[in-house]
Design a protein around this ligand. Structure first.
Ligand SMILES: *Cc1c(COP(=O)(O)O)cnc(C)c1O
Length: 332
């Protein structure tokens, strides 16, 4: 990947003249089964460009209550697009048409109505949960009847596809636009892609420029993305097996509460409140053993497996957690 970045041919992408960015955008569009794609610095920018390009101010965006687009993007739905989040709680992060339908509002003399439905797949806060193809197909066909576009925050859509045994294009066919991250499980240093129709991506380019996301000689970054798309998807099933292995092993550790059956991809959450550790005590003890985990709420810790952690690494993580938990037991 570093070699490809070193060797990348570049040009000015604001003029559409960076051959490596153009190649990445063509490849991304092909993989998602869309007409066009746009290289953006981050998944957040990809999502927020999509919201701006699909909606107009005053409209409502239907999304899951704990989705990234509403919780972790600095309120940009409201700040940048002037939209309201109409968020729906779902314990597993997955909306279905039954939960969406009562929230759909057609414009009237009193409100602007629903401008967009945004789905997160896999769902980060719900622990990497995957939408079924049946649910996606129903949401798309019913929303199309109401003329409401569907955007997918597919930061980890390659993981969703691997879990279902379908192609990313199969999932892409169920939404109007889709963002995915090169910088998460695909292992590139920087960048995301927003995909959709040629017309939509034309509008998205203008929004990207407005946000300061025109990156000029971005081919050095795009070159890494091309390598990631070529080489990383094949490694995803092993990362999923490692996450299940971790979940099953950690479920046996006294004090750790893990539900292995909820682990569908490469993310798992553990409730550490029974270990005797505070969040910061737990994360610091593991960090000292070379294991990085993220505390996202009191007692709630996230672990993510990926292609740079093999089974032996996961076994080492289990031992580090066993040690940390038994030490906490002695202290308390
Ligand atoms: C990481 C992530 C994003 C985008 O994050 P950036 O850090 O802006 O690239 C979007 N959605 C989900 C679900 C994510 O996990």
């Amino acid at each position: 990947m570093r070699r490809a970045m070193h060797d990348a041919e570049v040009g000015d992408d604001v003029f559409g003249e960076d051959p490596t960015v153009n190649a990445l955008e063509r490849r991304a569009a092909e993989l998602v089964g869309k007409e066009a794609a746009l290289f953006v610095p981050s998944g957040t920018m990809g999502n927020q460009i999509a919201v701006a390009a699909h909606t107009s101010p005053g409209q409502e965006v239907i999304c899951e209550e704990n989705s990234h687009i509403v919780l972790y993007e600095m309120g940009m739905l409201a700040r940048f697009s002037g939209c309201l989040a109409r968020s729906i709680p779902a314990a597993d992060g997955r909306l279905d048409w039954q939960s969406i339908r009562p929230r759909v509002r057609r414009p009237s003399d009193h409100f602007r109505g629903t401008g967009l439905i945004a789905l997160e797949n896999t769902h980060n806060q719900a622990g990497g949960r995957v939408y079924s193809m049946a649910a996606l197909t129903e949401i798309r066909s019913r929303s199309a009847e109401s003329g409401i576009p569907v955007h997918m925050d597919g930061a980890r859509v390659f993981h969703a596809a691997a879990a279902l045994g379908v192609s990313v294009a199969d999932i892409g066919a169920t939404v109007d636009s889709l963002t995915f991250c090169l910088s998460k499980g695909l292992g590139a240093p920087v960048g995301s892609l927003l995909t959709g129709t040629r017309e939509f991506i034309g509008e998205a380019r203008l929004v990207r420029k407005a946000l300061g996301g025109g990156m000029r000689q971005a081919g050095v970054l795009a070159a890494a993305g091309l390598v990631a798309l070529e080489q990383s998807p094949v490694n995803i099933p092993a990362a999923h097996e490692n996450a299940r292995f971790l979940a099953e092993a950690l479920a046996e550790v006294p004090g750790m509460a893990v539900v292995p059956g909820n682990v569908e991809t490469n993310i798992l959450f553990a409730d550490i409140s029974g270990t005797g550790h505070s969040n910061s005590g737990f994360t610091a003890a593991l960090r000292a053993s070379g294991v990085l985990v993220l505390a996202l709420a009191p007692g709630r810790v996230r672990m993510v497996t990926h292609q740079d952690v093999d089974r032996a690494g996961c076994e080492r993580a289990v031992r580090a957690i066993q040690d940390a938990c038994s030490r906490a037991g002695r202290v308390n």
